[in-house]
Design a protein around this ligand. Structure first.
Ligand SMILES: Cc1cc2nc3c(=O)[nH]c(=O)nc-3n(C[C@H](O)[C@H](O)[C@H](O)COP(=O)(O)OP(=O)(O)OC[C@H]3O[C@@H](n4cnc5c(N)ncnc54)[C@H](O)[C@@H]3O)c2cc1C
Length: 235
């Protein structure tokens, strides 16, 4: 492979992490230290609107009232928003990842990167290699087939020969909540207590903490750290 690589762009501030571990630990912290209540397995069915505000979120566990409501449903955000005349062009763009235990750790990458020719990203998660690729327009379909991963494994083997056996891979397909201009929408929308925090596309985890802080400042009436222009919703 080395003889095929002319060069690369090195970013020393690039970081890799396990997003699953991050959200698990964050949720545990939120429950234990901040008194947050998560309602897992509960579906949002609609909004109960009264005049210019949302009175409650209608869910499979019954209505839930609150001072402020945030639509943050990933690619499904647009489906809910449009029912309340919020023109939110968030669209699902499907991608795949394969996470594979490294058979020979010395042959795996030591940092994350992207093969820009094949558009396949790789990262090292401890003793595992994660490969990610593909942007498909297939609506809300989250199914996966072995053939969806063929190019990814081919490139992975080319880049890191002898590092892994794809038969042991954990396969995943997910939907990126894409906006046409790749800029998320964060802020008030149509009602006096309804906020959006969605449309982060292919970098939603990277932007998650910053977006949360920005939105929390808006909801609390504080001046956000960054200029809100460009992020706010306009109907
Ligand atoms: C292959 C792939 C690789 C990626 N790689 C990276 C990366 O390296 N770095 C990065 O920063 N980002 C990456 N992303 C993007 C990142 O995953 C998304 O931007 C991020 O998950 C968006 O977060 P979200 O909370 O807005 O939406 P989601 O993660 O989609 O979460 C929305 C949640 O809302 C729930 N929901 C939807 N409708 C309802 C309803 N009616 N009732 C109740 N719950 C509902 C869903 O179940 C889901 O849990 C990648 C995405 C893909 C597909």
């Amino acid at each position: 492979m080395k003889e095929k690589i002319a060069g690369g762009v090195y970013s020393p501030i690039d970081q890799t992490g396990d997003s699953w571990q991050f959200v698990e630990k964050l949720a545990a912290h939120a429950v234990e230290k901040l008194g947050v209540k998560f309602l897992y397995g509960t579906t949002v069915e609609g909004l109960d609107i009264e005049g210019d505000r949302v009175r409650a979120v209608m869910t499979s566990a019954g209505p839930i009232a609150g001072d402020a409501v945030v639509i943050s449903l990933g690619p499904e955000s647009g489906l809910l928003g449009r029912r309340y005349s919020i023109d939110l062009p968030v669209y699902p763009v499907k991608g795949y990842t394969a996470t594979i235990p490294l058979e020979d750790k010395s042959k795996g990458p030591t940092m994350g990167g992207v093969d820009e020719d094949q558009l396949i990203a790789y990262s090292r998660l401890g003793n595992r290699l994660r490969l990610a690729s593909t942007a498909e327009f297939t609506g809300f379909d989250r199914t996966l087939r072995p053939s969806d991963f063929a190019a990814m494994f081919r490139t992975g083997k080319d880049l890191f020969p002898g590092a892994f056996d794809e038969k042991t891979a954990e396969l995943w397909a997910g939907l990126r909540p894409m906006m046409p201009n790749s800029v998320p929408v964060i802020g008030l929308a149509r009602y006096t207590n309804l906020y959006l925090d969605t449309g982060h596309g292919h970098v939603g985890w990277t932007m998650a903490c910053g977006s949360g802080k920005f939105l929390a400042d808006l909801v609390a009436g504080r001046k956000p750290d960054i200029d809100p222009r460009g992020l706010v919703y306009r109907n």
